[in-house]
Design a binder for this molecule. Structure first.
Ligand SMILES: NC(=O)c1ccc[n+]([C@@H]2O[C@H](COP(=O)([O-])OP(=O)(O)OC[C@H]3O[C@@H](n4cnc5c(N)ncnc54)[C@H](OP(=O)(O)O)[C@@H]3O)[C@@H](O)[C@H]2O)c1
Length: 309
């Protein structure tokens, strides 16, 4: 094996065909060697399979982008949600522990009930209101209880990016096809571009190897591992997000059928799963750990439109 190959970081990317995983694939630094794992060959609910594949791959890092992400579907298929989102991460934690890998796991703002009116910190108590939120919280707990020390649980919100079903593409489609859009205005959060989150993942992984964190503190190793909140900067309602998308389309001269966009209340657009009314994150812990700046969602939306085909 050549020397530069020896120094590559072997990253097992779980849920490799998903939207966030696409950004991880395209933004992985050159010193990473990616092994792509997804259904049907790799099912993270199958513990024996997870352990045997990881035994072959021997990853330095496992990044879990896999999840059952259909929030309303989780209400009727809670058993599947609990298996994929709740149990699966525990299998990955067990494999990471056995083979000495660092686990990066992605979680969600839906673990919170949304009753706060200031940004949620990592110390705030989760209180999920939906089957999806409950299953994702169980996934976090499975990692915390596994005894694995080297892990990052990164909670994020309102993800959109290339190659996925996402809110931006839905609004673009509806604005082209319909006279009127009616969008929920009483749920507030932070839209997050998948590329921004992928950069945050690699930023946190860099800390893993950073000498600053190898120093002992009061007899205990000071490590960067733990739970982090990451979303793009700023906040808005879904209505304000949709307005920004439509404003971009109009500036770009895109022909639209849409004549009006109206704010509505959540109860006027009932869905099976309860969403948090407010789910803005404090990014202080992430910023202090990495020294990185967090892009504003409005800037990132423009970046998305520049790069989308
Ligand atoms: N999207 C959001 O707005 C949002 C917000 C906050 C947090 N998150 C979290 O961010 C992460 C990435 O989300 P995303 O939107 O990129 O997800 P996504 O596009 O739905 O991708 C998930 C991937 O996981 C795969 N998968 C599902 N079940 C699996 C299993 N049992 N074993 C292995 N792979 C499996 C899926 O395959 P199939 O397509 O074949 O099922 C898909 O390729 C998830 O943890 C999600 O909970 C998402």
């Amino acid at each position: 094996m050549r020397r530069e190959e020896e120094q590559k970081v072997r990253l097992a990317l779980v849920g490799a065909n998903g939207m966030l995983a696409g950004a991880v694939r395209s933004l992985a630094p050159e010193n990473y060697d990616l092994v792509l794992l997804d259904l049907p060959d790799f099912d993270l609910t199958d513990k024996d399979r997870v352990l045997s594949v990881m035994n072959q791959v021997r990853p330095d890092v496992i990044v879990n982008c896999a999840a059952y992400t259909n929030v309303d579907g989780c209400e009727t298929n809670e058993e599947t949600a609990l298996l994929v989102n709740g149990r699966g991460p525990g299998h990955l934690a067990e494999a990471a522990k056995e083979f000495g890998a660092t686990l990066v796991h992605v979680s969600t703002d839906y673990v919170f009930d949304g009753t706060k009116n200031s940004p949620y910190t990592e110390e705030d108590a989760p209180n999920p209101q939906s089957a999806y939120g409950r299953s994702k919280l169980l996934g976090e707990q499975a990692i915390l209880q596994s005894g694995l020390e080297k892990f990052f649980i990164i909670r994020t919100s309102w993800l959109y990016g290339p190659g996925g079903k996402n809110f931006v593409e839905t609004i673009v489609r509806l604005a082209k096809d319909r006279d009127e859009l009616r969008i929920v205005d009483d749920q507030v959060g932070s839209p997050t571009l998948t590329d921004d989150l992928a950069r945050a993942i690699f930023g946190l992984l860099e800390l893993d190897a950073s000498p600053a964190f190898a120093k002992a503190s009061a007899g205990r190793p000071l490590t960067p591992h733990g739970i982090y909140h990451f979303a793009d900067e700023g906040e808005c309602s879904w209505y304000e997000f949709a307005e920004a998308i439509v404003a971009h389309l109009l500036r770009a001269g895109t022909p639209l059928q849409m004549k009006r966009i109206l704010p509505i209340a959540t109860h006027e657009y009932p869905l099976p799963a309860v969403r948090p009314v407010y789910s803005v994150f404090s990014k202080e812990k992430y910023r202090r750990a990495t020294g990185a700046t967090v892009p504003h969602w409005r800037e990132s939306l423009e970046v998305y439109f520049r790069t989308r085909n």
